[in-house]
Design a protein around this ligand. Sequence first.
Ligand code: ZN
Length: 124
Amino acid sequence: MLFWSVRKIDLTGKRFGRLTVVREADRGIWWCRCKCSKDTEVRGCYLRRGSTQSCGCLRRDPLTFQGIERSISEWAAFTGIRRETIYSRLRAGWSIEDVLKRPVAPQLVAKKDDAVADHMELRS
Ligand SMILES: [Zn+2]
């Protein structure tokens, strides 16, 4: 029971966000190939915890959707979806379309005033 944690976990070939593990570079350090084709070395615990999901490009890259290029913050403001939600969807490997168009749970969506007004009119 005390020894389960020393069991070696082989991450080779596993995918974490944009990263695919190529091989173990050093004890507990994994050589990963990012989707953007950069190589990076990441600690296995960061991969498994989900705190490292790309070579760093995930937070830098603008997102292009329907020909419009905006930063993630701009998309967040534009869609009303929180930045954290956008990040976590990207990390989960969602397509850009799903990331930006799939609604969040209704109570979490910041509605525009006029949309709320419409809704109330319909109900009365
Ligand atoms: Zn990258």
